[in-house]
Design a protein around this ligand. Sequence first.
Ligand SMILES: CC(C)(COP(=O)(O)OP(=O)(O)OC[C@H]1O[C@@H](n2cnc3c(N)ncnc32)[C@H](O)[C@@H]1OP(=O)(O)O)[C@@H](O)C(=O)NCCC(=O)NCCS
Length: 178
Amino acid sequence: MMKIRQSNTSDASAIARVRVESWRAAYRGIVPDDFLDGMDAAQWADGYRRFLENRPDRLVSFVAEVDGTIVGMAAAGPNRDDDTPYSAELFLIYLLPGYWRRGIGLKLVDATARSLIDLGLSSMIVWVLAENWPARRFYEALGGRYFRKRSTDIAGSPLQEVSYGWAALSALIRQDQR
Ligand SMILES: CC(C)(COP(=O)(O)OP(=O)(O)OC[C@H]1O[C@@H](n2cnc3c(N)ncnc32)[C@H](O)[C@@H]1OP(=O)(O)O)[C@@H](O)C(=O)NCCC(=O)NCCS
C-alpha cells in the first residue's frame, strides 16, 4: 500500500538512499560518472538531518512509503530566490527508479501544494537540469509554465537549469485525493 506522510529526522537515512539512487539513475550521462559513483548516502543523510533539525522557515517535507518502505521524497518551502514572482519553491523530488511513473510523484506534489497553501504560500517554482527531460515532462504534465534558465555547475561540470512555475498552487491539488 502506498502512503504519503510528513517526514521527520529519523527518515534521513532512507531519504538519502532515495536521493542517491535517483540521482545515479536520472543524471547518468548528464552529471559526471565519478561524482555519481562517489555519492556517499551517509553523508547526504547527515546533511538532510541537519537541514530538518534547523527547522527552516515553513519547510514542507514528505515521504512516499510503499508497504512501509520509503521510496520517494519531496521538500519545498519559501522561494530561495526573491527575483522571481513565485512565493514557494519545490526544492527536491526524488523517487527510487523502480517506482517512477506510477503516479507517486503526482501525489507527493499534491501533498506538498496543500501544505504550502496551509502555510500561506500561493505560487511555486521548480528548477530542473535542462537535460533532465523526463522530469521536465513531469512538470509540464502538471501544468508548469516554462519560466527561465540559468547556469549552474555540479562537480565542476557546467550545466544549464530551467525553471517551471505555477501561478496558483491550487492548480496542483488533485480533486480525487484526500
Ligand atoms: C520526476 C519524478 C519525481 C516524477 O514522479 P513520477 O511518480 O515518476 O511521475 P508520475 O507517475 O506522477 O507522472 C505524472 C505524469 O507526468 C508525466 N511524466 C512523468 N514521467 C514522465 C516521463 N518519464 N516521460 C514523459 N512524461 C512523464 C506523465 O504525463 C505522467 O502521467 P502518465 O504516467 O499518466 O502519462 C520521478 O520520475 C523521479 O524521481 N525522477 C528522477 C529524479 C528527478 O529527475 N527528479 C526531479 C529533479 S528536479
